[in-house]
Design a protein around this ligand. Structure first.
Ligand code: GDD
Ligand code: MN
Length: 395
């Protein structure tokens, strides 16, 4: 290895795609380990960073000045582990691509063995597994182990092959296999391996190499309740995704829960408390609508979640949009009933029209993409870059 002419123009054998969010403290130790373990392989490391506030991307770029095998993709206004991996894979010409976390939890020392297997056995995929002989979850918290095995069981609904550790985020794929599935990927959430395997339309040729999952020493895990929701969304998307957009399915599910809330409140006010029907019905509508707004804000539109004053403004937009939707519903249903259609068809079409309306209008007006958060990030980055430039000039 080194700086000879032929090396500089030779193609990369293995690209290591490393999604990052606030992993600044891990970059240097990770690269050190990769350099040691990958001797004899022509590799590159591609950090795909979602504009981490801690300046991960800026640090990665400055490391790239000392080692051109280090590359950076900085995504602005976006979040997501799986989609970051997809963009990383699209950005390289390497024939083999490894996906690996930045936090040193994945044991990089098995990379050469994984690479050897995928090249020698003409496989599509080699997975670093914690659940085969010789591998282990390490000191992973009991709850997390249980969550992981629940996720694995769920994945069996959509995966066509029997991976021992489908929740693994540590694997090597061939470019051919990636290109075969890329147009069908959902790209939602954390589980890119499940996404890829579930998107294959033929049996996947794979092998597994055991490793022990390490503890995270620096930085924090990004796993939270959203990651769980996103995983359910991925599974849902794989089951019904080709037919209807998953976000719309979530929106409709929330709507269905809203109906239950509505009926419960109505029962309480009218039946149990003896209120006038019109008032009880009005109150139930308002409560159910507010409930739906909050739930949609947490689930359906969690990636655009409204907070503070924007939450209040959004709630009023939501009321107005739903009110217009309800009028459209009524109009359509009455028209169809008068035209001679049975009441249940008229009722259903009215509901469908207002659901699609509510979904579309609220997506555009209520949960529109914010600008101010991005502007804040831009200014913070400008400061970091200026600082990095100063450091470079003073070297
Ligand atoms: N670009 C980007 N965007 N990277 C992200 C994001 C994001 O929104 N969220 C997390 N990452 C990066 C982290 O910086 C880290 O390098 C890696 O993805 C894993 O994130 P962690 O926060 O460390 O997740 P974890 O340890 O709870 O879960 C991981 O462990 C699983 C094993 O159970 C996931 O990576 C799984 O894929 C992995 O197999
Ligand atoms: Mn981790």
């Amino acid at each position: 290895m080194g700086g000879s002419q032929s090396d500089a123009t030779a193609p990369v054998d293995l690209a290591i795609i490393i999604p990052t969010f606030n992993e600044r403290a891990n970059l240097v130790p990770l690269l050190e380990r990769l350099r040691n373990t990958l001797q004899g392989i022509r590799w590159e490391a591609i950090f795909v960073d979602d504009d981490s506030p801690d300046g991960t991307a800026t640090l990665a770029r400055s490391l790239s000045l000392g080692d051109t095998r280090v590359r950076v993709i900085q995504r602005i206004g976006r979040r997501g582990l799986a989609s970051a991996c997809i963009e990383g894979m699209l950005s390289t010409a390497a024939r083999y691509m490894a996906i690996m976390d930045a936090d040193l939890q994945h044991d990089e020392s098995i990379l050469p063995r994984m690479y050897e297997r995928i090249t020698a056995d003409r496989l599509d995929l080699v997975v670093g597994s914690r659940n085969v002989e010789g591998g282990s979850m390490g000191e992973f918290a009991k709850q997390r182990v249980r969550l992981s095995s629940l996720g694995s069981r769920l994945s069996r609904m959509v995966c066509k092959c029997d991976l021992s550790d489908p929740m693994s985020g540590f694997f090597i794929v061939t470019r051919e296999f990636f290109e075969e599935v890329v147009y069908r990927l959902s790209g939602v959430g954390f589980k890119i391996l499940v996404d890829m395997v579930a998107s294959a339309q033929r049996p996947v040729r794979f092998a597994e190499v055991p490793y022990t999952f390490r503890n995270r020493e620096r930085g924090e895990s990004k796993l939270d309740i959203n990651v769980g929701l996103e995983y359910l969304q991925l599974i849902l998307d794989k089951v019904i995704g080709g037919i209807v957009p998953t976000r719309f399915v979530l929106f409709s599910l929330v709507g269905a829960i809203g109906v239950v809330v509505h009926l419960a409140v109505l029962g309480l006010l009218y039946y149990a408390a003896g209120m006038v029907f019109a008032i009880a019905q009005g109150a139930a509508t308002l409560i159910a609508m507010t409930f739906n707004f909050v739930l949609n804000n947490i689930t359906t539109f969690r990636d655009r979640r409204l907070r503070g004053s924007r939450l209040i403004a959004g709630l009023f937009r939501y009321y107005v949009a739903c009110l217009i939707g309800a009028i459209a519903n009524l109009g359509f249903a009455t028209f169809l009933l008068r035209a001679g259609l049975p009441w249940y068809v008229a009722g259903f079409v009215g509901l469908a029209v207002s659901s699609v309306w509510n979904y579309g209008v609220n997506m555009i007006f209520t949960w529109k993409r914010g600008v101010s958060a991005i502007e804040q990030r831009r200014q913070a980055n400008a400061k970091l870059s200026a600082y990095a430039r100063d450091m470079g000039e003073n070297r």
